[in-house]
Design a protein around this ligand. Structure first.
Ligand SMILES: *Cc1c(COP(=O)(O)O)cnc(C)c1O
Length: 223
C-alpha cells in the first residue's frame, strides 16, 4: 500500500477520535515512526506531507538525519545510552525517553541550547518496560531544575500489548492526570504541556484521553 493510502486512513481515524472527545485535530502531532524502513520510504512519507520522524536507535537516526537534515523534525523515541548522547544531541528536536537523572546530566553537559524532553513513565508497571514509576515523577522533575539545558515539555508512555481496551485507556488516563498535576506547577523549566502516547494499535484511545503527540509506525509504513 502506498503511504498516502495508509495516511488517509489514519487521518480519518484521528478526525473521528477528535470528534468523539471534542478536540481539534490541530492539537495532534503525528510522528511517523520510521525505524522499520529505508530512506526511500521516509521520502515517500515526507512527500505525503508528514514532517515529523521518530527513530529509536542512534544508527538509524543518524543515517536518516544525514540524508534529510532539517527537512524533517526529529523525535528520538528509544532508549538512549548515556555515552551516545553526544552523537545526536544537537540534531534531535525532541527526546521522548528521558528516564534517569544520569541521562539528564549528560544531555545538560552536551547540548548547546535547551533540549525539549518528554519524561518516559512506566504507568503500567510492567517489569520489561523502561521509565519512571508514576510516584517518582514529581521529585524527578524537581531535580531537573539544576540542568538548564533540559526542558520537560511533557510525559510519554507506552501502553501494554493487550486486547483489553479499558486497561489501555486507564494507562493513558493516568498519564494525563499526572501531566495535569505537573503542568499546574507552572515551572518554567518543566511546562509539561504535552502527552506523547498512542501507537498503531491504540492511538485512537490515546487521542480520546488527551494525546498531543502520537507515534505511529507499522500502520503508516506497511505495504
Ligand atoms: C516502534 C515504536 C512505536 C511505533 O509502534 P507501531 O506499533 O509500529 O506504531 C512507537 N513508540 C515507540 C517508543 C516505539 O519504539
Amino acid at each position: 500500500m502506498a503511504v498516502a493510502t495508509n495516511l488517509a486512513e489514519i487521518n480519518k481515524q484521528i478526525e473521528t477520535s477528535c470528534e468523539k472527545s471534542n478536540r481539534n485535530s490541530d492539537e495532534i502531532t503525528l510522528i511517523a515512526v520510521t525505524k522499520y524502513v529505508t530512506i526511500e520510504r521516509n521520502q515517500e512519507i515526507l512527500d505525503a506531507g508528514i514532517k515529523h520522524f521518530g527513530e529509536n536507535r542512534n544508527e538509524g537516526f543518524l543515517e536518516k538525519y544525514k540524508h534529510f537534515g532539517d527537512q524533517a523534525k526529529w523525535h528520538f523515541i528509544g532508549t538512549l545510552q548515556t555515552r551516545k548522547v553526544k552523537d545526536i544531541i544537537d540534531k534531535v528536536d525532541m527526546i521522548h525517553s528521558l528516564d534517569r537523572l544520569s541521562l539528564a546530566k549528560e544531555i545538560n553537559k552536551r547540548a548547546d541550547s535547551p533540549v525539549d524532553c518528554f519524561l518516559q513513565v512506566n504507568v503500567s508497571g510492567e517489569e520489561t518496560k523502561h521509565g519512571l514509576n508514576i510516584e517518582e515523577v514529581p521529585a524527578f522533575i524537581e531535580q531537573i531544575k539544576q540542568y538548564d539545558k533540559v526542558r520537560v515539555v511533557g510525559l510519554m508512555t507506552m501502553a501494554p500489548h493487550v486486547e483489553d481496551q479499558t486497561l489501555i485507556r486507564n494507562v493513558f488516563r493516568k498519564l494525563a492526570e499526572l501531566r495535569d498535576e505537573m503542568k499546574a506547577r507552572k515551572l518554567d523549566y518543566a511546562p509539561c504541556e504535552f502527552l506523547s502516547m498512542g501507537m498503531s494499535n491504540d492511538f485512537e484511545i490515546a487521542i480520546e484521553e488527551g494525546a498531543t503527540h502520537i507515534r505511529v509506525g507499522s500502520k503508516l509504513v506497511k505495504s
